[in-house]
Each structure stands twice: as structure tokens, then as C-alpha cells.
Design a protein around this ligand. Structure first.
Ligand code: NAP
Ligand code: GDD
Length: 393
């Protein structure tokens, strides 16, 4: 009698275990059980869009903050919620967008409270150096105080032990460089309202890490570009102009300081580092760079060369010109309107720490390949744009 009772109890337990393990296995994949939640500020920007793709592929539940705009500002991430591949991945929406703004604390608190993120990537910023001279106060609000608002939101909600924070710091902190190449220990000397605002962001992140034991870290990223780069940054301005000139839609390209030296990498490679920095045991700041630099003039020469146009540089200063060797036409000229009140003449990063501790390859995409990717993209982009315009006429 006793054995019978014990047997029937075991059967019930077995049935229970079977039923629930079946339910568990059919309703949740291992990744979805383990899935982390990430919140990206600045998801509509160049880096935000690549990072969202990267995290979705890793199985993250990705949330992004977008700001209200009178025209669509989601062009870079549209494919992530429209494309089949994302919906098919787990038959559910993996990307969720929330309206908010770095200048609005209440929106940040509300979003972080509802998302309960494991990781926050703070990429939102007024990121244009020249524009920061025209809008210094707004730049400080969004880039400096915005970072503080985000850290405070996490603290107010009591998430400082659950939530890791990545801050998009920048090589602009080195500005008037105090040593070459620049590494994690190089003293800062910012040269623009943008650089100064980002310096506040850097230190407040470090301060909250030291004061409250938060996992809050800075990625000091050197310039990184891509086919999704904003059209007023110099690399994209060049590749777009080269594509238009090649196809006969533009006569000339006007630039500012041709001698500026930058350490240019590929944005798609750099977002991996943002993630790696947050996966470390210890919260630490990292310089992310290629360790190689080129002038704006070099970038131009290579972009045009890729389209079969050889440039010869003549003259000096504001009179310098890039002449098409084949036709003798001047294709690139200097316009002082693009000079900055204070310039960062050179930036060259030392990625040794990232290579050693993160195991990251800083030269995954070479400078030549970066230029090629951008030029080839813009040739197709320009062709489509003008074709569409002709059809609509
Ligand atoms: P980006 O293309 O200019 O994107 C900036 C993002 O921030 C956009 O999504 C923008 O939204 C958003 N944003 C601007 N102001 C905001 C505000 N007040 N509230 C909420 N969102 C706001 O910049 P990126 O090249 O991807 O750079 C990402 C981050 O890395 C920035 O913080 C930048 O300063 C930093 N950084 C960039 C580089 C680089 O070479 N790319 C190097 C070092 C550091 P909209 O789309 O609505 O404008
Ligand atoms: N934008 C622009 N337009 N820059 C020009 C031009 C032009 O017509 N002509 C020359 N330049 C020079 C600038 O003076 C600067 O020295 C260099 O080209 C690069 O300019 P940008 O592409 O605008 O980038 P940035 O270096 O000022 O800032 C970018 O990189 C920083 C990291 O070092 C931005 O992405 C920042 O957000 C980022 O922090």
C-alpha cells in the first residue's frame, strides 16, 4: 500500500517535470532565458545603428531612445524593425523604441524604469565639433549634463549594481595633443565646446564609478567612419562629393583644413569594442584606435583614385587645389568657412591596452578598405538618389 502511494507520487512528480520542461523548452530558447536587455541612447546615429545590429545578433533584447523630429530620423535603423530576419529570429519584436531626450531627466527615468536594462550604451550626443561652436550651450546640455542625468536616473532607480554603463568618450579630449600617440594616461586638452562637454562626461562617469561602485566606463574612441556616417563629417562629405563629381552631378568639393591628421577606423569594428568593454570583470576605460593616421588630403586622394580620378595638389593654404590630372579641372578647393575657431591638428591613438585586454584587432578593416567601402556605397547611393529624382520629375 505504502509502495503504491510512493509510486503514484513519483508519477505525478514525473508528469509535472515533463509537462513543465516541455513548456519551458517550447516557449523559451536558451538564449531567450539568458537574454540580456540593452538600452542604447543615440540609436538612430551611425554607431547606434551598428551597435543595435550587433546586439540583436548576440540575442539581446534591444531598446533605443529616439527623439521627436519633424521628419523621420530612423533611416539608419528602419531595416531592423521592418526586415523579416529580425522578426523571424524569435517571432517577436526584439527592438523597441522609446521617445526621450538627453536634456529631459524625466524621460530618462521613465524609460530606464520600464526597460530595467542590464547594459546602457550612452551614444547620444550633439557630436559635430564645428556645430558645437555655434551651439555650445545645447552641446553642454546634451553631452555633459545629459550624461549626468543618465547616471542619476540609474542611481535614483536603485539600479547601480544591476546596470552597466558605457559612455561614448572621444579622442577630442586629447585636442591639443600632449604626447603622440595618445593613450589612456595622456593628459586631456580639449579644443572645442564639444570636447569640453565630453570631458565633463568622462569625469562624471569615472566619478560615479569611484563614488558609488557603479560599472560605468569610458570608451575613448578615435574617429570611426562608415557608409552610414553623417554627411557633414569630412570623410562622408568627400566620398559623397567624389561620387557626385564622377557621375556629373557636382563640379567641385570645398573643404577646410586639408592638413588635419586623423586616426580613422571602421565604425562596424568599433561597436564590438563597446560591448567588449562592458563584458570585462573590472570596470576600466579604454582607448580604441587603429594606431595609424592620415591627412584629410590623403583621404581625398584615395577616394577619387578609387573612382579612377587622379588628383594633383597645387598651391598652399587657402589657395591649395586638387586638380584632375586627366582634365586639368580643379575638383577640390579650400573654403575658410570650414575652418574651426580652434583646430585639433592631429590625433593618433595607441590601442595597446584594447589589443591586450580585449583581444581586439584594431586593423580589422584597413584604411584603404574603409575608403573603398564608403566610395562604393556612395556611388550606388548617388545613382539611386538621382534616378529617383528623374522618375519623380
Ligand atoms: P551621430 O551619428 O551624430 O549620432 C548621434 C546620436 O545622438 C543620434 O541618434 C542623435 O539623434 C542622438 N542625439 C543627439 N542629441 C540628442 C539628445 N539631446 N537626446 C537624445 N538623443 C540625441 O554620432 P555617432 O558618430 O554615431 O557617435 C556616437 C557617439 O560617439 C556620440 O556620443 C559621439 O560624440 C561619440 N563619438 C563618435 C566618434 C566618431 O568618430 N563617430 C568618435 C568618438 C566619440 P538624431 O538622429 O535624432 O539626431
Ligand atoms: N566636417 C568637416 N568638413 N571637417 C573638415 C572639413 C570639412 O569640410 N575640411 C577639413 N576638415 C577637417 C576638420 O577641421 C577636422 O580636423 C577633420 O577634418 C575631421 O573633421 P570631422 O570629420 O568633422 O570630425 P572631427 O574629428 O572633428 O570629429 C569627429 O571625431 C571625433 C573623434 O575624434 C566626430 O565624430 C566627433 O563626434 C568625435 O568625437
Amino acid at each position: 500500500m505504502q509502495t503504491q502511494k510512493t509510486n503514484s507520487r513519483f508519477s505525478w512528480i514525473r508528469l509535472f517535470v515533463f509537462k513543465y520542461s516541455y513548456y519551458f523548452c517550447t516557449n523559451f530558447s536558451i538564449e531567450s532565458i539568458m537574454a540580456k536587455t540593452a538600452l542604447i541612447t543615440g540609436i538612430t546615429g551611425q554607431d547606434g545603428s551598428f551597435l543595435a545590429e550587433f546586439l540583436l545578433e548576440k540575442g539581446y533584447d534591444v531598446h533605443g531612445i529616439i527623439r521627436r523630429s519633424s521628419s523621420f530620423n530612423t533611416g539608419r535603423i528602419e531595416h531592423l524593425y521592418l526586415d523579416e530576419w529580425v522578426r523571424d529570429m524569435r517571432n517577436k519584436r526584439l527592438l523597441t523604441l522609446h521617445y526621450g531626450d538627453m536634456t529631459d531627466s524625466s524621460s530618462l527615468v521613465r524609460i530606464i524604469q520600464s526597460v530595467q536594462p542590464d547594459e546602457i550604451y550612452n551614444l547620444a550626443a550633439q557630436s559635430h565639433v564645428k556645430v558645437s561652436f555655434d551651439c555650445p550651450e545645447y552641446t553642454a546640455e546634451a553631452d555633459a549634463v545629459g550624461t549626468l542625468r543618465l547616471l542619476e536616473a540609474v542611481r535614483i532607480l536603485g539600479l547601480e549594481k544591476k546596470c552597466k554603463i558605457y559612455q561614448a568618450s572621444t579622442s577630442e579630449l586629447f585636442g591639443l595633443v600632449q604626447e603622440v600617440p595618445q593613450k589612456e594616461t595622456t593628459p586631456f586638452y580639449p579644443r572645442s565646446p564639444y570636447g569640453v562637454a565630453k570631458q565633463y562626461g568622462f569625469w562624471i562617469v569615472k566619478n560615479y564609478r569611484e563614488s558609488y561602485g557603479m560599472f560605468a566606463v569610458n570608451g575613448i574612441l578615435f574617429n570611426h567612419e562608415s557608409e552610414r556616417r553623417g554627411e557633414t563629417f569630412v570623410t562622408r562629405k568627400i566620398t559623397l562629393a567624389a561620387a557626385r563629381i564622377k557621375q556629373g552631378y557636382q563640379d567641385k568639393l570645398y573643404l577646410g583644413n586639408l592638413n588635419a591628421l586623423r586616426d580613422w577606423g571602421y565604425a562596424k569594428d568599433y561597436v564590438e569594442c563597446m560591448w567588449l568593454i562592458l563584458q570585462q570583470e573590472k570596470p576600466e576605460d579604454f582607448v580604441i584606435a587603429t594606431g595609424e593616421y592620415h591627412t584629410v588630403r590623403d583621404f581625398c586622394t584615395l577616394a577619387f583614385k578609387h573612382l579612377g580620378i587622379e588628383l594633383r595638389w597645387e598651391g598652399e593654404g587657402v589657395d591649395e587645389k586638387g586638380i584632375d590630372v586627366a582634365t586639368g579641372k580643379s575638383l577640390v578647393e579650400v573654403d575658410p568657412r570650414f575652418f574651426r575657431p580652434a583646430e585639433v591638428e592631429q590625433l593618433l591613438g595607441d590601442p595597446t591596452k584594447a589589443k591586450t585586454l580585449l583581444g581586439w584587432n584594431p586593423r580589422k578593416t584597413s584604411f584603404e578598405d574603409l575608403v573603398k567601402i564608403m566610395v562604393e556605397h556612395d556611388m550606388r547611393f548617388v545613382k539611386k538618389l538621382y534616378l529617383k529624382a528623374h522618375i519623380e520629375e
